[in-house]
Design a protein. Structure first.
Length: 399
C-alpha cells in the first residue's frame, strides 16, 4: 500500500455518508470512532519511454518516444473493529496498447481479520482479492515510491504478463513470529488469478484468444534479521490457466520458485533474486504441448546520497528455456527468432525524492534479447532487433 500521509478532508467529504451507513449498525459515537480509522491515499505516475529499436509501452522507437505509460490509483482502509481491517485499491494503468487497459479496475480488495496479535506473534486471514506474495516488490509494485527503479527487474516481475502475478480472488493467511534473532513471516493463499488482457500477451495480437484463471496457490516464507539489515525469502506458486485460441483449447501450468536476498545498510543496499520457472502447456490444435524450465536472476546495487537522492546499477538475466539457452533450437523449429527466448539487461537508474509527495526518476537500459518485450507493442516478432537501448523518465505524485 501507499506509504503517504492521509488525505485531508476537503469541502466535500465521504464522512457524512459513511456515518449514515454506520448509524444503522452502531451508535453515533461508535460510528465516529470507526471513521477516525479511515485512511485514503492516492498516486499518479507518468513516464516517457524512448527506445532506439523495438517498442516498449507504445511507439517508443518513433518520434519523441511514448507517453503511454501511466499509473493512477487510489486506496482506502477502514477498521470497523480493532481486529478487522477493510482495504481496497482502484487502479488505472496504461502500458502501451490502445488505451483500453487504462480503465480503472479493482487492484485489491480484502477483509482482514486478525485471529491473534501480541508482542510475540500475529496470525490473521484475508478474504477477497489479495496481492500475491512473491519476491520483494510484488505486493507494492503499483506505487512508484516503493520501487527502486521505474521498471522492476523484468526477469522476475514481468510487466508483459503482469496481471497474472499481481493478485488473486480467494483467501489467504499470514503469520508473523518475532524471535530473539529476527522476525519470521509466512504468507499463503489459494484463489483464482486475475487474467486481465492476458490473452493478448500469450498469443499473437489480433488472434481470437483468451486466458482465464483456475484454482491456484501461492506462498512465501520471509526472514528478517537485524531490523531489516538482512532479509531472505522463498516464494513458490502453482498457477493454472484455461486457454482458448480460436477453436483450440488447452491448459497452462506455471510453477515458479524464487529465492530473494537483501543486505541493506544505512546508505546502500545489495539485492538479488533467483527464480526457476517451470511452464507446461497442453491442448489441441494451435495450442501445442510444451514443458520447459526457465531461469531468471538479477543482482542490484543501490546507493543513497544527499538524503533524498539514490542511484542504482543492475544486471538482469532471463532465459526462457534452460535446455535451449541461446534460443537456437527454438528458431530452428520455425517458432520465432532466437533472441525472443532470452534477455540480458544492464540498468543504470537515478531517483530524486524532491519532497515526500514528489519523485523524479530516470534510467537507462542496454538490452541483449527480447524475451520480455511486450507482444502488443511488437506484433511481428521477426521484425524485432536483438540489441536495443531504452531511456525512461518518470514523474510520480502521491497524497
Amino acid at each position: 500500500m501507499s506509504e503517504s500521509k492521509s488525505l485531508r478532508w476537503s469541502s466535500w467529504s465521504p464522512r457524512p455518508l459513511l456515518a449514515a451507513l454506520l448509524f444503522g449498525v452502531a451508535t453515533p459515537a461508535m460510528a465516529e470512532s470507526i471513521l477516525d480509522t479511515l485512511q485514503i491515499h492516492g498516486f499518479l505516475s507518468q513516464a516517457l519511454v524512448i527506445t532506439d529499436h523495438n517498442d516498449f509501452f507504445g511507439p517508443s522507437s518513433s518520434g519523441a518516444g511514448s507517453l503511454k505509460f501511466t499509473e493512477i490509483g487510489a486506496n482506502a482502509s477502514l477498521r470497523p473493529h480493532q481486529d478487522v481491517l477493510i482495504a481496497a485499491q482502484v487502479l488505472g494503468r496504461r502500458a502501451g496498447g490502445d488505451g483500453d487497459d487504462a480503465r480503472p479496475v479493482l487492484d485489491y480488495g480484502i477483509i482482514d481479520y486478525q485471529l491473534l496479535s501480541n508482542q510475540q506473534r500475529t496470525l490473521g486471514i484475508q478474504a477477497g482479492r489479495f496481492k500475491n506474495p512473491f519476491g520483494f516488490y510484488n505486493q507494492t509494485r503499483d506505487v512508484a515510491f516503493t520501487r527502486p527503479s521505474i521498471l522492476l527487474p523484468q526477469s522476475i516481475y514481468f510487466d508483459r504478463t503482469r496481471s497474472l502475478g499481481l493478485s488473486a480472488d480467494g483467501a489467504s493467511v499470514y503469520a508473523e513470529e518475532r524471535l530473539d534473532s529476527g522476525t519470521l513471516r509466512l504468507k499463503a493463499g489459494v484463489g483464482t488469478p486475475t487474467t486481465r488482457d492476458l490473452g493478448n500477451q500469450l498469443f499473437p495480437p489480433g488472434s481470437s484468444s483468451s486466458a482465464s484463471g483456475s484454482t491456484s496457490s501461492i506462498g512465501q516464507l520471509l526472514y528478517e534479521h537485524g531490523n531489516g539489515r538482512f532479509t531472505a525469502a522463498v516464494s513458490v506458486a502453482d498457477v493454472n490457466l484455461d486457454l482458448e485460441l480460436g477453436p483450440s483449447e488447452g491448459e497452462l501450468n506455471f510453477q515458479p520458485w524464487i529465492l530473494s536476498l537483501q543486505y541493506d545498510m544505512e546508505n546502500w543496499a545489495l539485492t538479488g533474486e533467483f527464480a526457476l520457472r517451470k511452464l507446461s502447456t497442453s491442448g489441441s490444435g494451435l495450442i501445442r504441448d510444451a514443458d520447459t524450465t526457465g531461469e531468471s536472476w538479477y543482482l542490484q546495487y543501490t546507493r543513497r546520497f544527499h538524503d533524498n537522492w539514490q542511484w542504482l546499477i543492475r544486471y538482469d538475466s532471463l532465459i526462457s528455456d534452460r535446455s535451449d539457452r541461446s534460443g537456437s533450437a527454438y528458431e530452428a523449429s520455425g517458432l520465432g527468432p532466437a533472441h525472443s527466448r532470452y534477455a540480458e539487461d544492464i540498468t543504470l537508474g537515478l531517483q530524486w525524492h524532491v519532497n515526500p509527495r514528489l519523485l523524479l526518476a530516470a534510467e537507462y537500459h542496454h538490452i541483449d534479447g527480447t524475451g520480455w518485450l511486450p507482444l502488443q507493442d511488437n506484433p511481428d516478432v521477426t521484425e524485432t532487433r536483438r540489441h536495443w537501448n531504452m531511456l525512461l523518465f518518470q514523474l510520480s505524485l502521491r497524497f
